[in-house]
Design a protein around this ligand. Structure first.
Ligand code: NAD
Length: 491
């Protein structure tokens, strides 16, 4: 396990010697200490990234050259997949098979953006048809510069990859700050980058508090672009900081995503996707479908099956065989989710199952998967992101009612619909005001497809070619090709 900052191609302790604890959420044990970066350390990282961008030639490398580094990083991740997945479990608590999936996806993300980096060589210029034939014009894409990437704790290495891979592919250099509760695998990413010979300063990893290291990144006037995933309130701070010197900004914030199940759906298939939509990663997923709307005709039957299957989920240490639900990531997150359930009860909701610590777990931030019914529409449980294994279930009568309920949210990250009637599913998918829509499933995510939200769920799109555009400027180059003088001042 690494414990130092990675700045300008070198491992270094924090300049004031401070560290913070790494706690295993399954046991509550302190398993490690990591350097807490100061504003001065962040400044050193930004300056290294600046130099790598401005004078050391990273943006001038061909896409194919940059792709070689990205593929080497992908291979480096894959070569250590099981070991890194284990670190993710120790840090985040998620079940090992989920962590293993994440790490494979992270490697795949580097491969995918290697492919797009190569395409930048083949298709760098777009000719623009002008109505005035005295000129020709073309548009070229160029890297934005130094990117500050700030990520959350729910998918530690994967969120790092979603930002670092497209940024490096585009020719940007990066200062990455992982979440303070899950920094281990971001440091391994730095180690892999170092092993493959990524030039110094191209990727820097500064661990530490959001209020210190994160704030220093967003305030730094030599950072050109901020890419953030996390909570709405911090997203607002980032946008405000970006506004001061017009940094480019992309935000992926929270959600309260609906899942509409019509009465022609097969109950078991619906139950399986509802479970996957809210209990995967302990419900700590920005796109979790946490508001489930079920057509009245099948509501009681579906609820009964859902309770039955929810109570069957094996809870435990993510490293243990067969576990499907691990502990929440931290005491803070656990206590917040428990408080949200208590508030839901106080507002009149019924706890149909779960809501308590599972039996036999004295240690660890465990919580039974929880189903809430009778949740008032104006209660926090229905309106606010809980970010835990808690789903609200509600019956509806008509398609119009379902759409209105689904869209009645200040968020718009994701939405799902299940029906055997394809035309109806398409109608509802079109009516959803959300950036990610699933038909007959919930949550599957593909590196090739755009990811991001409407409304307060964020700005911009990650993944796919949209994710690369996040790190590119567009320049027009226009040439006067006529032999005739311009003839405005000089006739
Ligand atoms: P957060 O927004 O506080 O933290 C996310 C990242 O931002 C972390 O790296 C953190 O250190 C950093 N940060 C915090 N303050 C900062 C500042 N002033 N300047 C710059 N960076 C700063 O999220 P959290 O505390 O990890 O979780 C709180 C809530 O956020 C959760 O309960 C959940 O609702 C939401 N969340 C959403 C996502 C998502 O994917 N959309 C992920 C994690 C958490």
């Amino acid at each position: 396990m690494r414990s130092e900052l990675y700045i300008d191609g070198a491992w270094t302790p924090s300049s004031n010697g401070e560290t913070f604890e790494v706690i295993n959420p399954a046991t509550e044990e302190v398993i490690h200490h990591i350097a807490a970066a100061t504003a001065g350390d962040v400044d050193a990282a930004v300056k290294a990234a600046r130099r790598a961008f401005d004078t050391d030639g990273w943006p001038q490398k061909t896409g194919t050259e940059r792709a070689r580094y990205l593929r080497a990083i992908a291979n480096g991740i894959r070569a250590r997949q099981a070991e890194i997945a284990r670190l993710e479990v120790l840090d985040n608590g998620k079940p090992f098979p989920e962590a293993d999936w994440d790490i494979a996806d992270a490697a795949g993300c580097f491969d995918f953006y290697a492919g797009l980096a190569e395409e930048l060589d083949g298709n760098p210029e777009e000719t623009i048809a002008l109505t005035d034939d005295r000129f020709t014009s073309r548009a070229v894409k160029e890297p934005i510069g130094v990117a500050g990437a700030i990520i959350p704790w729910n998918y530690p290495l994967l969120m790092a990859s979603w930002k670092v891979a497209p940024a490096l592919a585009a020719g940007c250099t990066v200062v990455l700050k992982p979440a303070e509760v899950t920094s281990l695998t971001a440091l391994e990413l730095a180690a892999i980058a170092d092993d493959v010979g990524l030039p110094p300063g191209v990727l820097n990893v500064v661990t530490g508090a959001g209020s210190v290291a994160g704030q220093a990144i967003i305030d730094h006037n030599q950072v050109d672009k901020l890419a953030f995933t996390g909570s709405g309130p911090v997203g607002s701070k980032i946008m405000a900081a970006a506004a001061r010197d017009i940094k480019r900004v992309s935000l992926e914030l929270g959600g309260k995503s609906p899942f509409v199940v019509f009465d022609d759906a097969e109950i078991d298939k619906a139950v399986e996707w509802i479970l996957f939509g809210i209990f995967w990663n302990q419900g700590q997923v920005c796109s979790a479908t946490s508001r489930v709307l079920v057509q009245a005709g099948i509501y009681e039957k579906l609820l009964a099956r859902l309770i039955e299957e929810t109570n069957r989920i094996t809870i435990g240490n993510g490293l243990d065989e067969g576990v499907l639900l691990g502990p929440l990531v931290s005491k803070k997150q656990h206590d917040q989710v428990v408080a949200a359930i208590a508030a839901a009860r106080a507002a009149g909701a019924t706890v149909a199952c779960g809501g308590t610590r599972p039996e036999g777990f004295d240690k660890g931030y465990y919580l039974r998967p929880t189903i809430l019914t009778d949740v008032p529409l104006d209660s926090a449980a229905w309106v606010e992101e809980i970010f835990g294994p808690v789903v609200c279930l509600r019956p509806f009568e008509t398609e119009d009612e379902a759409i209105a309920l689904a869209n009645d949210s200040r968020f718009g990250l994701a939405a799902a619909v299940m029906s055997k009637d394809d035309a109806r599913a398409e109608r509802v998918a079109t009516a959803f005001r959300a950036g990610i829509v699933w038909i007959n499933c919930s949550q599957p995510t593909f590196t090739e497809a755009p990811w991001g939200g409407y409304k307060e769920s964020g700005i911009g799109r990650e993944l796919g070619r949209w994710g690369l555009d996040n790190y590119l400027e567009v320049k027009q180059i226009t040439r006067y090709v006529s032999e005739d003088p311009w003839g405005w001042y000089i006739k």
